[in-house]
Design a protein around this ligand. Sequence first.
Ligand code: SAM
Length: 296
Amino acid sequence: MRENVCDLESLTKTSVIRALAERHGFSFSKRLGQNFLINPDIVKKIAESGVGTLGEGVKAGVLEIGPGIGTLTRELAQRADKVAAVEIDGRLISVLEDTLSDFDNTAVINGDIMKLDLEKLIREHFGGLEAVVCANLPYYITSPVMMKLLESRLPIKAITAMVQKEAGIRLCAPLGTREAGAVTVAVRYFSEPKMLFNVSRGNFMPPPNVDSCVIRLDLRDSPPLSGEEEKLFFKISRGAFSQRRKTLANSLSAALDLDKRLVTAALNDAGLPESIRPENLLMKDFIKLTEIFKNV
Ligand code: SAM
């Protein structure tokens, strides 16, 4: 390292970030969602929510998505036994070599989180550790990343993530409310979500056009269904929300390729009016519908 730019106070200064970028030939990419945190208190708070809450004595392995220049990575590395950080932008790898050089428990992987085999990555990096995910997520892939992390049934305890505020509201919405969508059902199926705190746009460089929030999903040891039933559950929940303005009977008839009369009868069996909207359904309704449609 050429100069001491690496403590949290320095790495969250815009002048230091600019100097680092210049030295490494880096310029911000909007396409890759590169908005770096410049408030040290928020960086600490995210690391604390992601790792600190695991409890005394727990040996933690943290998968970080998008370390950027390593600001959050360093805070995670101070609290966890190991951090594996996946960064897609090859230009940031030499920056990270600089900013993480005083840690021996960090590994930087240059790759696309959507394409990597995460089960293998967790096995290789976190043997014997409790694995968690902690990230200031690039907003353009929030839902696909969340779905990949959840659906792959990875051996992880929790996901703590900064996301766009609207996305956070949707991800954490209770079922049966207007904010709920197909992704909400998936989140509730696999985890217990919690909205932790809001972060306004001024805490980033460059500032994004929207505000953010930090959420935490505590993964269930065993989700309610498995195998073919689980597949049907997701076909039903995605189908239900696929055309929000249609009634549930119409959307499900299209999604399941079933005659509307059969669907209406199934809804009656489940004790649901055929005009009910998907956002009014609760987890128990989706599970009941799965049980009924399994035999249709
Ligand atoms: N962790 C840093 C912070 O909090 O300041 C940077 C967060 S920035 C919002 C998102 C980071 O994700 C960027 O460094 C970006 O290059 C990276 N990124 C974008 N798409 C990615 C992908 N598909 N896989 C891995 N990293 C990605």
